[in-house]
Design a protein around this ligand. Structure first.
Ligand code: UD1
Length: 377
């Protein structure tokens, strides 16, 4: 019997789980062609940041957990690389599949590329053009060393070409994050976690914040909280708090006071289904996340992105997103626009729930050309 084409998929941090889930499902359907294993780097380790996603997304348990935990960027990246290298040497896969732009993405892509193992990058080509974002460095470097680049929007393809990536390595396949959203939306809607949603008919907003540039600088963080407290006078705000942000709240008496005075409700990080349901029923989302900009676009919920740039411009040109930075005037101006200007968002091209299927079909052709038994392994 011919050897199966072995793909290791990497997960590490919260936004990775929902991207790998649909690819894993598609690979399982092709079990006569592929062997699929999962390596969890352990970059995120709290049960609310990791385990709950495995339970809710039906992702297979990781075959190995590298348990690297939190550290500085250099230390974390180095720890992942040192721990992943022996796994790769032992397992000798045909391809390593990485998603998104977190430190685990870059670290594992680097190890694979240096050992001559093919790398596929899902969600390639997104650029904020802001190199002060750690994720931007991860994106640029991962794309340079990847052999197959799957993109979610056409602009990403242009970014890659500009950086000298050969066209034949790039595939526009749609968005795996949206595959997961569409397949889980009904379950999320059926799940009544109304105890975290404010009472009354006025509706509510959802806030998420975790970027170092927003939460580690106390002045910026307090500025943001004052703008959110202002919106809270009109719409109560539910705020699931990332561990990094929890530290910022605890360190700032001003933020704590604003939270106490305003209609802001802090809750712990939520599971995927709870958060999706919460967003789906909300009137407004304020966030500095990347993926949430895409999810609100598909749900048709207005989104104010609390950053100066986005690497996902299609969420602005076609979706519900406004980039409003961290200054209260701009945030409140964005909120006024939400209230006055009715926009008819469009769902971006190929965000149709079939991205993972396309990816696996392309991987199958790749495996036939480069896998065990082929002429060009
Ligand atoms: C990481 C990603 C970011 C992604 C985010 C989603 C990088 C560079 N950043 O940022 O792109 O949007 O995940 O959450 O990879 N912590 C815990 N428990 C955990 C994980 C983290 O308490 O399970 C705390 C630790 O204090 C840690 C801090 O959160 O130092 C930050 O975690 P880290 O993984 O370094 O970065 P994130 O800010 O989560």
């Amino acid at each position: 019997m011919p050897r199966l084409f072995h793909i290791i998929s990497i997960v590490g941090a919260r936004p990775n789980f929902m991207k790998v889930a649909p690819i894993g499902e598609e690979l399982a359907l092709e079990s006569t062609s592929f062997r699929s294993t999962i390596v969890h780097t352990g970059q995120h380790y709290d049960s609310t940041m990791s385990d709950v996603f495995f339970d809710q997304l039906d992702v297979a348990d990781p075959d190995v957990n590298l348990n690297v935990g939190s550290a500085s960027h250099a230390q974390q990246t180095a720890a992942i690389m040192s721990a992943f290298e022996p796994v790769l040497l032992e397992w000798q896969p045909d391809l390593v599949l990485v998603v998104g732009d977190v430190n685990s993405t870059l670290a594992c892509a680097l190890v694979a590329a240096k050992l001559g193992v093919k790398v596929a990058h899902v969600e390639a080509g997104l650029r904020s053009f802001d190199r002060s974002m750690p994720e931007e460095i991860n994106r640029v470097v991962t794309d340079q060393i990847s052999d197959i680049l799957f993109v979610t929007e056409r602009g990403a393809e242009q970014n890659l070409r500009r950086e000298g990536i050969a066209s034949e390595k790039i595939y526009f396949v749609g968005n795996v994050l949206i595959d997961t959203l569409l397949s889980k939306l009904e379950r999320a809607r059926a799940l009544h976690r109304r105890e975290i949603e404010p009472d009354g008919d006025s509706g509510y907003a959802v806030l998420t914040l975790h970027r170092p540039s927003n939460v580690d600088d106390r002045r910026v963080f307090e500025r943001l909280m004052s703008a959110v407290a202002e919106i809270g006078k009109e719409l109560p705000v539910v705020f699931p708090v990332h561990p990094r942000t929890r530290l910022a709240v605890e360190a700032s008496p001003t933020a704590a006071q604003l939270l106490q005075d305003g209609r802001l409700e802090l809750v712990k990080p939520l599971g995927y289904l709870q958060f999706l349901g919460l967003m789906d029923r909300s009137h407004l989302v304020l966030t500095d996340s990347g993926g949430i900009q895409e999810e609100t676009t598909v749900l048709g919920i207005p989104c104010l992105t609390l950053r100066d740039t986005t690497e996902r411009p299609i969420t602005v040109s076609e979706g519900t997103n406004q980039i409003v930075g961290s200054h209260p005037e701009r945030i409140l101006e964005g909120w006024r626009r939400v209230k006055t200007a009715a926009r008819a968002p469009r769902t971006p091209e190929l965000w149709d729930g079939k991205a993972a299927h396309r990816i696996v079909q392309i991987l199958r052709s790749f495996s036939e050309a480069h896998g065990p038994g082929s002429q060009n392994p």
